[in-house]
Ligand binder design. Sequence first.
Ligand SMILES: C[S@@+](CC[C@H](N)C(=O)[O-])C[C@H]1O[C@@H](n2cnc3c(N)ncnc32)[C@H](O)[C@@H]1O
Ligand code: SF4
Length: 375
Amino acid sequence: MTGCDALYVHVPFCARRCTYCDFDFVVGRTPKTQAWLAGIAAELEARRDELATPLRTIYFGGGTPSLLGPAGLLAAGALLAPWIRRDALAEFTVELNPEHVDAALLAALATIGAGRVSLGVQSFEPAALQQLGRAHDPARAIAAVRACLAAGLSTSVDLIVGWPGQDAAALDRDLDRVLELGVGHVSVYALTIEAGTSWPKLVRRGLRVLPDDEGQAAALERTHARLVEAGFDHYEIASYARPGRHARHNGAYWSWRDYVGIGPSAASARYARDGSVTRRTNPRGLEAWSRGAAPEIEGLGGIEAAAEGLWLALRTAAGVDPAVDAAWVHGRVARRVERGDLRWVDGQLATAPGRWMVLDGIAADVLAAPDAAPR
Ligand SMILES: C[S@@+](CC[C@H](N)C(=O)[O-])C[C@H]1O[C@@H](n2cnc3c(N)ncnc32)[C@H](O)[C@@H]1O
Ligand code: SF4
């Protein structure tokens, strides 16, 4: 079995609970760093054979990796050091919350070899930051982005659009700010309200309203138009990059490549020669994961795996090269091609311009179509 060179590391700590978020994290000002580091060391050892040396991409996501602080990041970097050769490491990203960015944290990133950061800005508008329950204010977000760029880090900003009360002028102010700051990558998400987060409870108490679908669609369209006009490539449904700034690690998720995820709730995928895939999801929660609760293992046979791969590839602007079996791919997507949601260009299948907002419907079709397995 050859090892996989794309590693995701989940850091399950947040200082507070943002009102909209249902990612896997433990809330508390002091993260249980030692317990997490011990678990990471144990999982690296237990899954040694699944990992390649040297790794090509590493991604620290959360939760809030920056809550580990410089010492925690240095300790995590030391655990990974045996798998890293700097000249072979194409990308090492760490998610940072703006309020944690300072000289010591940036120095720690340099020491462990992380050259890319993803900053959870969400918005520069006070009204948004307050509703979303964020710990930073606009000035802190701007200072954090500037500090990361000044440190020479490849810098991505996360934006949430379509929050209640965001009109076109407010969206434009956020986009103007991102463009002025000069980042090379932007991830854009429409605010999604998940059951189990505090947002629905706040709605019941009259303290929040739900975002409206039309406003969100308009915000996504406007964001696309403005970022593309400014020279960004909209290369994946939620991702925009200046030339040469496309995220490489996430590419594995969308293109039938293996990835290994360690830490609570982290997902892994391994593709076999026959096209089937084995998915593994680690137990959710620091406590269950630390005591070694069993992961969830799911096997997708050839046809399910191919349908899922097709759907994931459609999230990207590059789309699908139907090398697997052109007739099978044609059959699966015919209805959506007829409706103009998907189109063929030079033998390559892609989502039609402006149709990525109906991707959920396309997914349902592509994943559900009953037919024979691809050859
Ligand atoms: C896994 S979160 C972690 C990032 C980091 N802890 C932070 O909050 O800055 C990654 C990104 O997902 C996005 N996100 C999380 N929950 C969301 C939701 N319910 N709706 C829209 N975007 C969401 C946010 O933009 C966030 O920055
Ligand atoms: S958005 Fe980020 S900081 Fe907020 S709760 Fe989710 S993971 Fe934690």
